[in-house]
Design a protein around this ligand. Structure first.
Ligand code: R5P
Length: 299
């Protein structure tokens, strides 16, 4: 064993799944909150390669502790620190949409590159940026695809009558990659965002969903606003059952209730973010990537 996985409390189960697949040790990062809100972070013994596992949803709360843990691991003797952040927040603000806005993708990517030697994530939201390497300059950066994981989630229950729906152009790569091995038909909508939770959608050919089960596919469910509008349109067009499957689901219980009210019978995601929709482990895909790209960490 020449690597150790160190995980924060909320990632315990997912990190252990990965460690079991890799046959390596898994330790908790201990965090204590002081009365004033600051964090004391303590890590256990490590190997020269340390894998720090933390998904970066709610990144404002998590990033400082992540930096403290990386520093503590170096002090413990780690010479190579791999960040496994199955969900990587702050990737959507990749340009200044209005004068004066911070480009958070660049800021957070540069920050992570300064503290880690390698970054592994899943389906990062990079629509205008060429690659993850451009986000985290100077370190190894690996973007793992969840497509195969989603295919295996859907395969046992899907029939050729099911239609997959991508809500917008950005979802097209996911929906087409998932549809191909299952031999399913696809419709992809066009979206215009009106606000944080409101979008305008059109789906050419939507009349084809009449009397069919449809599964919405997206990389990310955030507020759920996109899929709520999509479900409303599909329901009105006569779809008999509507489900949703995504790589990452950040939706709150309130957001999930709105999806249910819009007629989405079931929402499922990978476990990149822990929560009620997490239905399939991303660990096999992460393990395969680590074996391929960081073999010394996985031997
Ligand atoms: C957009 O590019 C993404 O693929 C998702 O459709 C979007 O982030 C979902 O956001 P929300 O759930 O808040 O509508």
């Amino acid at each position: 064993m020449i690597a150790t996985i160190h995980h924060f409390a909320e990632s315990r189960q997912a990190a252990h799944r990965l460690a079991d697949l890799l046959g390596i040790n898994c330790q908790a990062v201990n965090v204590r909150r002081f009365p004033d809100g600051e964090s004391l972070v303590r890590v256990e013994d490590t190997q020269r390669t340390a894998i720090l596992y933390r998904s970066l949803d709610h990144p404002n709360e998590k990033l400082v502790e992540l930096m403290l843990a990386a520093s503590a691991l170096r002090d413990r003797g780690a010479s190579r620190i791999v960040l496994v952040a199955p969900y990587l927040g702050y990737m959507r603000q990749d340009i200044a949409f209005q004068p004066g806005e911070a480009v958070s993708q660049k800021v957070i990517g540069t920050l992570l590159a300064a503290h880690f030697d390698m970054l592994v994530t899943v389906d990062p939201h990079l629509h205008r940026t060429a690659s993850l390497a451009a986000v985290a300059p100077g370190i190894d950066a690996v973007a793992v695809s969840a497509a195969e994981t989603l295919v295996e989630l859907l395969r046992p229950e899907i029939t050729s009558a099911v239609m997959l729906i991508g809500p917008d152009a950005e979802s097209r790569p996911w929906v087409e990659t998932v549809a191909a091995p299952l031999g399913l038909q696809v419709l992809v909508g066009e979206k215009r965002r009106l606000g944080d939770r409101h979008v305008q959608l059109e789906i050419a050919g939507i009349e084809r969903v009449q009397g069919r089960t449809v599964v919405l596919i997206d990389d990310l469910i955030s507020s759920g606003g996109t899929l709520v509008r999509c479900a409303e349109l599909l329901h009105a067009a006569g779809a008999t059952r509507i489900e949703a499957v995504a790589t990452h689901c950040l939706a709150s219980p309130h957001d999930l209730a709105k999806l249910a009210a819009a007629g989405v019978a079931r929402v499922r995601s990978t476990d990149t973010v822990a929560g009620p929709t997490a239905s399939v482990a991303i660990a096999p895909a992460l393990a395969a990537a680590l074996v391929r790209w960081a073999p010394t960490a996985a031997q």
